[in-house]
Design a protein around this ligand. Structure first.
Ligand code: FAD
Length: 408
């Protein structure tokens, strides 16, 4: 990132395009999703908007430029995510499957694999889906432990036969229950934890949906528990070597983990706007708008400072991730952990500022708290996964605390 933090003319254009799309399509979609009780029906509501977004090139914006996409730097990604997530973080997460599922393809795929697996996501039409099938119903924080990943890949001639249960990942079932266009499966092969890419032709008829989760926030995300039974995948779809899956999986969650900071910013920004409007217009029976009370104004001041701080940290983290800078893992972890926990605290303070009115379902602020509550536990929960990764970094011999900021 340049030293200047001013947006370039191109970034201003990107912000305007993303905001325009969000205001035209995502606001109404979010309202429709809120009104629909069934999780599958809610998710399917997004499909026409998904197709419009693909048609306007937004999906390509998630694919790195060197492999044919349009993503060039982390700040661009942050701007685009914030503008969408403030209206519909669930839609944004749903579209972002390739960000995680294709990351190990870029890292360990052969040139032929990269071409084949990326191709569906360079399309200008349709609604192609990618899922990163890491989480399992019995838990995944210890996926690298001997019994931590229970999904198996058994060699059979030129194929692997994959069996097991996966949970939580967006779009495990695809739009129609026959799986997404591409599923990167974290599984146990004879050589250890491995990543194998199943394509739609391998999944159709072999994905049994056990349940679609009914989420309290991010309600448009189609997260499910599925059983994979006898998914036959060519051995040519193994990424890297057997046993390489632990490192590839951790790295796969770096870009999406860092982006959680921006999802938290979007929730804080939305809640801040509502709380500011309330504070400047409501007297609650007193003689002056409540912003005139110092305590109320202090809540806004603390919130705004923390929003600005998390936004800048996350820009820096996403920039480092996209540039593959050595500081990327640490910065991405801080953006995920500090960003998500700040999000919950700030939105909760803003809810308290509004007071009891906030607790009316029709008043538009508690929804941001529901969203914010998801961020510490998704993309690897902070306690079970992310803080342990920070602990590992700090325990690495020769760890330099100044390296992440370039101040060594
Ligand atoms: C909307 C949404 C989208 C998601 N998208 C995806 C996706 O695309 N792909 C995917 O695979 N998953 C996805 N998930 C699941 C998500 O990434 C989870 O964060 C992940 O499954 C890990 O959960 P966990 O850390 O709570 O693990 P669990 O194994 O369930 O651990 C639960 C808790 O146990 C404790 N714990 C366990 N082991 C340890 C340990 N060794 N040290 C310290 N504490 C420990 C911690 O308190 C931890 O929080 C999604 C979830 C949601 C809601």
């Amino acid at each position: 990132m340049a030293v200047s933090f001013l947006l370039t003319p191109e970034q201003e254009q990107l912000k305007a395009a993303a905001r325009g799309f969000a205001e035209e399509h995502l606001r109404d979609l979010a309202a429709a999703v809120r009104a629909e009780p069934d999780p599958l029906a809610r998710a399917v509501l997004a499909r026409p908007v998904f197709e419009k977004a693909v048609g306007q090139g937004f999906l390509k914006g998630l694919i790195p430029a060197p492999v044919g996409g349009a993503a060039s730097n982390g700040v661009d990604a942050a701007i685009f995510i914030e503008e969408w997530a403030v209206h519909s973080p669930d839609f944004t997460i749903s579209m972002a499957g390739p960000l995680i599922a294709l990351a190990p393809v870029y890292e360990a795929g052969t040139p032929e694999q990269v071409r084949r697996f990326v191709a569906p996501f360079l399309a200008d039409a349709g609604a192609p889906l990618a899922a990163m099938a890491y989480s399992e119903p019995e838990g995944s924080a210890n996926f690298d432990a001997p019994t931590g990943t229970r999904t198996t890949a058994t060699p059979d001639g030129d194929h692997y036969v994959i069996n097991g249960r996966k949970a939580w990942a967006s779009h495990l079932s695809g739009w129609d229950g026959d799986g997404p266009d591409l599923m990167t499966i974290v599984c146990r092969a004879p050589g250890g934890i491995s990543l194998i890419v199943a394509e739609r032709e391998h999944l159709a008829g072999h994905v049994e949906v056990e349940e679609h989760y009914d989420l309290p926030g991010l309600r448009g995300c189609l997260t499910s528990r599925v059983r994979l039974h006898d998914v036959r995948v060519p051995r040519a779809n193994l990424l890297g070597a057997e046993g390489q899956g632990v490192g590839l999986t951790r790295n796969a969650f770096l870009p999406s983990g860092a982006s959680i900071g921006i999802f938290a910013v979007a929730a804080m920004r939305g809640a801040f706007d509502v709380a500011l409007r309330f504070a400047t217009t409501e007297t609650r029976g007193g003689p002056v708008p409540i912003i005139q009370h110092q305590a109320v104004s202090d809540v806004l001041a603390d919130a705004k400072g923390r929003i600005e701080a998390v936004r800048l940290l996350t820009w820096r983290a996403l920039d480092a991730v996209m540039a593959q800078h050595p500081a990327a893992p640490e910065l991405a972890l801080h953006a995920k952990v500090l960003g998500s926990e700040t999000g919950v605290e700030v939105v909760n303070e803003l809810v308290k500022l509004v007071g009891v009115t906030a607790y009316d379902e029709r008043f538009p602020i508690v929804e941001y708290l529901h969203e914010a509550l998801a961020y510490p536990v998704i993309e690897g929960s902070n306690i079970g996964v992310r803080r342990r990764q920070l602990q590992d970094l700090f325990r690495t011999p020769g760890y330099d605390p100044l390296a992440a900021s370039g101040m060594t």
